[in-house]
Design a binder for this molecule. Structure first.
Ligand code: UD1
Ligand code: M6R
Length: 342
């Protein structure tokens, strides 16, 4: 039932503090992460030569959000594959690989075909899915249910944030015996229980985002620039705009801006720049300056209190979001971009 909400997508967006709580339930204990579905396979995963994430659409974007922290915490090289592209290329896949399949439904045809392919090639196949009893859950060697509750809206929202949180927990579990990242690990484990509260806080931007969406009604196109932990936020934000507002939108790696896209920038093109506080912050500040110099119509997403350092001239629109541990920030930053494009 969609209750007081106009449509299921809206209900599912607002449900995220709850869905994230159920995703983590019973899995965080005494400074440790326990994923029942992976514990017997962690040794094999730790010894694998690489981790390959495979998915389509939003599920692929969740894997893109996971890559930086998965590499950092596991120390294993991580690559990404769009399921259809892996199949088109018959890409390299070996017995020493761990192939992680990400799918809300667990029934996406290309993802399941890629799973068949990985099984034939002898990789350890791990599933991350929202659907107990799905083909993906049944055919993988092991995996993790994201437990976000049934997702009915066609545009994926709560599954995305829960997928990221499951991949954070997975990275913590794989990297549990790595000394060099212990303090970072502890900081993330301590921050996870409060994440649903931070999501509740960012959901309060509902009216502000409605106002922003209305101001963009006449625009032909919208760019979203992100990098580092939030490269995925740019792609996923743009995907939501395409699907829900039915407006052309491009998510781009900010580091690629000067290699072509800058040519399109003028005062008519709205651009969202994600510039929350992390190791890439100063690079994003200089991207903002360059876009400014081209008279870009800027909308900057920044951490609370950073408005004047991201937009000294005061001429951009600012979306301020709560700051969390860097690898959890994509969970917060996607929320405003899910809201109110309809
Ligand atoms: C499991 C129970 C949960 C119970 C908990 C108590 C299920 C579905 N889950 O949760 O109800 O509260 O123990 O300890 O009964 N799997 C795959 N592929 C996938 C996803 C999962 O093979 O894509 C496998 C896992 O390896 C595992 C099983 O399915 O063997 C259940 O996974 P998951 O629900 O994530 O495990 P728990 O969190 O331990
Ligand atoms: O069920 P899956 O996660 O495998 O679905 C994959 C994509 O079709 C899906 O994520 C799609 O991109 C979203 N519904 C877009 O919001």
């Amino acid at each position: 039932k969609k209750g007081n909400y106009d449509h299921f997508m809206q209900k599912e967006i607002h449900e995220q503090p709850h869905s994230l709580t159920t995703t983590m339930r019973g899995r965080l204990r005494d400074n440790d992460v326990v994923l029942g579905g992976l514990k017997d396979h962690l040794k094999t995963i730790r010894h694998s030569r690489r981790i390959i994430f495979i998915g389509c659409g939003t599920s692929y974007n969740a894997a893109l959000a996971a890559r930086p922290f998965m590499e950092e915490l596991s120390g294993i090289p991580v690559t990404l594959e769009l399921a259809s592209d892996l199949l088109d290329r018959q890409g390299a896949m070996y017995r020493e690989d761990t192939a992680v399949f990400v799918s809300q439904s667990g029934e996406t045809a290309d993802t399941l075909l890629a799973l068949e392919y990985a099984l034939e090639n002898g990789a350890l196949c791990v599933g991350i899915t929202n659907t107990v009893g799905s083909t993906l859950a049944r055919k993988t060697h092991c995996g993790v249910h994201i437990n976000a509750g049934c997702e009915i809206g066609v545009a994926s929202t709560k599954a995305y944030t829960s997928q990221i949180v499951v991949m954070v927990m997975m990275a913590l579990a794989i990297g549990a015996d790595k000394i060099s990242t212990q303090s970072k690990r502890e900081a993330i484990i301590n921050a996870l229980p409060d994440l649903p509260n931070k999501v509740s806080e960012v959901l309060k931007l509902d009216n502000e985002m409605k106002d922003l969406a209305e101001s963009l009604i006449e625009a032909q196109s919208l760019f979203v620039f992100g990098r580092g932990y939030n490269y995925a936020t740019a792609l996923e934000g743009a995907l939501k705009v395409k699907e829900v507002a039915l407006m052309h939108s491009e998510g781009m790696l900010a580091g690629e801006m000067k290699h072509g896209p800058l040519a399109l920038v003028d005062e008519t093109l709205p651009i969202i720049v994600i510039a929350t506080h992390d190791a890439c912050f100063s690079k994003q500040q200089s991207v903002i300056q360059q876009l400014h110099a081209r008279n870009g119509r800027l909308i900057v997403m920044c951490s609370k209190g950073d408005a004047s350092s991201v937009c000294p001239s005061g001429s951009c629109r600012v979306i301020e979001v709560p700051q969390v541990a860097d690898c959890l920030q994509p969970v917060i930053n996607i929320v405003p971009l899910q809201l109110n494009w309809r």
